[in-house]
Design a protein around this ligand. Structure first.
Ligand code: KG4
Ligand code: ZN
Length: 346
């Protein structure tokens, strides 16, 4: 089974080829970070136009790097949401066209669910693969959620952020500190030489018994602290990172306690953060919990996670019709995939 996966939900055009669901044969990603940096965020129209320009080159390169012939591909997967509509459509249409032209099975993929499947690739020293049920901590530029993947691989959101995503806070505060866009990596780098206790920043909903996050108050407080001119960039970054990590660890522990599930899979761009990875593993409440962290390269948006989940779904006899559409919002993606997925006998 050799599956081609296409991810184009935001500004990365990424295509991967995965063999037997676990072996990454190739992953090629074309990033648009530089193009959008001057706007301080992703401009949807520019993103979709660039996907269109880059996709054919990324496609050829992924096949060449995998060392396979195009005839070896046995199935196609593509993200159909959530994300930017124009961007999603480019990758989805390319995948459906390829599947139709080659008469290959096709499956549409939920981007958030795919993030969790990055942990199922044997890549970068990762040998142990999480079997469900597990809790997923999904933290990216657009989403912050805790999810449950049950023993039948059904995906359910346990709770999310009420307002901003954690990555959005890294990006916004990184930008006002002049660290470029997206700012998460640069903030983490500066935090290494800073004092995490230098600035008192809020940890919203810390004592609430609900699995939910809120980061907008933190964003406002951090911006105000920075604009006061009283703090160094390193202390600012370390304090901001610590506040975000505290909230993520606290609610992950709550999800573990409430569900009794003792496996946690970390996923999404913010989970590339080394201090977050260490803090989740080291938390007292996580003592008997096995924490899976995909290679940082597979935490940010990539085609490998799409191909990995696609491999699983296709092997399970699941197919999407070629009429499947793209959906910007998570509830609509989940609804479309639930209603439109065809189950073929294995
Ligand atoms: O999953 P992803 O690539 O794209 C979305 O689906 O949003 O996540 C991108 C986010 C950005 O907000 C970026 O600043 C953040 O991940 N990020 C990090 C780190 N690397 C990327 N945040 C904190 N520490 C990092 N090392
Ligand atoms: Zn993502």
């Amino acid at each position: 089974m050799i599956i081609l996966g296409i991810e184009s939900s935001c500004d990365d055009t990424s295509i991967a080829i995965v063999k037997n669901g676990e072996e990454l044969l190739s992953l090629v990603t074309s990033s648009q970070d530089e193009i959008h940096a001057k706007f301080g965020g992703v401009v949807p129209e520019i993103a979709s136009r660039n996907h269109l320009l880059k996709l054919p080159v990324v496609f050829d390169s992924a096949i060449e790097k995998a060392g396979i012939s195009i005839d070896d591909i046995t199935g196609v997967a593509a993200t159909c949401g959530p994300g930017l509509l124009g961007s999603l459509l480019v990758g989805l249409m390319a995948a459906k066209s390829f599947a139709m032209a080659r008469d290959l099975p096709f499956i549409g993929i939920n981007h958030l669910e795919a993030h969790l499947f990055a942990a199922r690739l044997k890549y970068g020293g990762v040998e142990e693969i999480p079997e469900p049920p597990f809790i997923g901590l999904l933290v990216s530029g657009g989403h912050t959620s805790l999810a449950l993947v049950d023993e039948n691989y059904n995906f359910e959101i346990l709770g999310s952020t009420r307002d901003d995503a954690a990555g959005e806070v890294f990006d916004k505060i990184g930008r006002i500190m002049g660290l470029g866009y997206p700012g998460g990596k640069a903030v983490a780098q500066a935090a290494i030489n800073g004092n995490p206790d230098a600035i008192k920043l809020p940890r919203a909903l810390h004592h609430s018994k609900k699995i939910e996050f809120s980061f907008s108050g933190l964003k406002t407080a951090a911006a105000r602290a920075w604009n006061s001119g009283d703090y160094s960039i390193n202390d600012m970054c370390a304090s901001l990172e610590a506040a975000i990590i505290d909230s993520l660890v606290k609610k992950t522990a709550l999800a573990v306690r409430e569900t009794g599930i003792t496996k946690v899979v970390m996923a999404g761009g913010v989970c590339a953060n080394q201090n977050l990875r260490k803090s989740v593993k080291a938390a007292k409440a996580m003592k008997n919990v096995q924490v899976y962290t995909p290679h940082p390269l597979l935490c940010t948006d990539n085609g490998a996670m799409v191909a990995a989940l696609g491999s699983f779904r296709l092997a399970n006899g699941e197919r999407s019709p070629l009429s499947l559409n793209a959906y910007p919002s998570l509830p609509k993606v989940m609804k479309a995939l639930k209603e439109e997925t065809i189950s073929e006998s294995k």
